[in-house]
Ligand binder design. Structure first.
Ligand SMILES: O=C[C@H](O)[C@@H](O)CC(=O)C(=O)O
Ligand SMILES: [Zn+2]
Length: 287
């Protein structure tokens, strides 16, 4: 039998966050255990009501069941969904239509879909579907976005350990969405810093999900206002929720890949407020 869980995370004020110890910081901002066999793992945040999830079908297909908290008959009655496969080959079936999903392929599912099923091609190499979902007020068409459809931007340089390719997948230059934006950033070997120089965008919250972190390695994810940063050490396939007041940037003990997902006021990817490393060196000083 497939199963489902839904964790609820309330929004935190940046003044309160300063006093959190590590356990409390992790309880509020770290999302883990996204891929358990035949289980739909959901985390409902009160940041733009952004839902983060993971599902790994192994011995059967798993349905996108609507959690009690949504008080909705179907999960997508009032929501849109973004899916990226970070595991073996699989299929997402939306109202009977089958979308084959290879590794790193994305699917946008529009509001109003009544049935979404997640299926693995093989139990030996199960698919791992990473999910982001936000409230939606218009039904845009469901569409698959493969790597060839992505809007790709090369950023950084090996000399500053931040050479990476930003693959914009579910963004408005590729397809229409209500408020969800998702993409995948791949670091080149020898580069470990993502999103450096870093930024904030108080118009949107964001969630970073790290994968392809090699065994025995980890990523140190930085959060907080620029003059009061804290860190979260993340293992492979864990995510960090970034409130609108927070930077989001990480350094790994090796290279890795991560999926970013955003929602909020607008769909303008580039309207970030940038911060230089020198500004971060003012940490703890008066703003
Ligand atoms: O607001 C945009 C997001 O934070 C990411 O797209 C940034 C990112 O992938 C990177 O610089 O490595
Ligand atoms: Zn950002």
């Amino acid at each position: 039998m497939s199963s489902m869980s839904c964790d609820e995370r309330f929004a935190v004020h940046q003044d309160d966050y300063k006093s959190y110890d590590m356990a409390k910081l992790r309880r509020h901002f770290l999302v883990k255990d996204l891929f358990k066999p035949d289980h739909l793992a959901l985390t409902y945040t009160h940041y733009d009501r952004f839902l983060v999830g993971g599902v790994m079908p192994v011995s059967e297909s798993v349905a996108l069941t609507s959690p009690e908290l949504l008080k909705a008959k179907a999960f997508l009655d009032r929501r849109e969904l973004g899916v990226i496969n970070v595991g073996g080959a699989g299929v997402v079936e939306v109202d009977g239509e089958r979308y084959p999903m290879a590794y790193k392929e994305a699917l946008y599912v529009g509001s109003g879909a009544q049935s979404v099923l997640f299926i693995s091609d093989s139990a030996q190499a199960p698919a791992k579907f990473y999910l982001n979902s936000t409230p939606a007020h218009h039904a845009y068409p469901t569409r698959k976005v493969s790597r060839a459809d992505a809007d790709v931007v090369q950023m950084g340089a090996l000399a500053s350990s931040n050479e990476r390719a930003i693959n914009k997948l579910l963004v408005n230059s590729v397809l229409p969405t209500c408020q969800l934006q998702m993409g995948m950033t791949e670091l080149k070997p020898g580069s470990v810093w993502n999103t450096m120089p870093c930024h904030t965008h108080s118009r949107r919250m964001e969630v970073y999900f790290y994968f392809e972190v090699p065994e025995d390695q980890a990523v140190c994810h930085f959060m907080g206002p620029a003059n009061e940063t804290r860190h979260l050490w993340l293992a492979n396939e864990q995510a960090a929720v970034s409130p609108p007041w927070s930077i989001h940037s990480g350094a790994g003990t090796s290279n890795y890949i991560f999926i970013w997902g955003m929602a909020g006021e607008n769909l303008d990817y580039s309207d970030m407020d940038h911060l230089t490393p020198a500004m971060l060196a003012q940490n703890g000083e008066q703003a």
